[in-house]
Design a protein around this ligand. Sequence first.
Ligand code: ADP
Ligand code: MG
Length: 350
Amino acid sequence: MAERASEPIIEVRGLHKHYPLTRGIVFKKQVGEVRAVDGVDLDLFPGETLGIVGESGCGKSTLARMLVHLERPSSGEIRYKGEDITKLSGRALKAVRRNIQMVFQDPYTSLNPRMTVGDIIGEPYEIHPEVAPKGSRRQRVQELLDVVGLNPEYINRYPHQFSGGQRQRIGIARGLALRPEIIVADEPVSALDVSVQAQVINLLDRLQKDFSLSYVFIAHDLSIVRHISDRVGVMYLGRIVEIGREEEIYEHPTHPYTQALLSAVPVPDPDARAHRTRVILSGDVPSPTSIPSGCRFRTRCWKARERCALEVPELAVPEVFRLSEGPAKHDSACHFAEEKRVVPTDDTTP
Ligand code: ADP
Ligand code: MG
């Protein structure tokens, strides 16, 4: 794990993205809103990997798109080295965007099938010609291919000539082309075969060390982010409900939702399996168009009491921790947070 500098490279405060919910095709009428991201605070420290996990639809990709400025927030701030980048435009924005790049989820749809690999990886230089003068681009792209473990001679091939894992390497090479400081990887291995996932994660791990990158690594599965993350944030319905150092989240989760997610992760060791109880969450995730009052997890929580419907449980403000000891060791947005590996359930099958 990289030794952290004390100042975060990214600080997210009160971030929201609400989409209008409309009805009708010709006469569009707003009938509500989708609260895709609904109050996210987080810090990213130089050289670290912050894993973000949560079920499909909880707002992970929306958060990612805002971080790389593909989408503007409805409200809130994203500070990069202390400066709020959500209000930047023109050259200042372009300079910042160069430093924060994205790796997309699906290498089958995110690469233009009509472009050669060389053109795909070199495309960012069209927008940022100052990074690589025209005469040097081919060489740079070949170097990038080599860096991600692909044969530089493949530069003139097309995406369909590569496997899923190789395509994701192409996506990663493209993300690295501008030598960013931060990579936001949105489920970069979810579309890949299990056998290939570890290879791509190992590659990302090595690149992080070689190029001193900071990562936001998004996944819907807790087991995928564990080995690459220094810290992990758990998202539910547009908010982070628990965040902490990797070992804290996995060994001592305190939010009932995290406990439930972890209880669904397969445990290979039969002894360990015998010592835990599975939590079966009741009901489905509520729609982000009608988020429950108070604690948004309460409708599925076995601990919920009256207070949970009335009061929103908050995470402590990250700044409080920064002054003392770097990022918060562990923090949970639950009125009744407690460490518990075994929880009551009807289903006791391991
Ligand atoms: P995740 O990546 O965790 O699966 P998303 O960020 O893709 O979640 O989506 C969060 C919620 O926001 C979902 O309910 C999704 O349908 C909704 N959403 C995402 N993008 C848009 C959009 N452009 N317009 C309307 N709703 C959207
Ligand atoms: Mg997504």
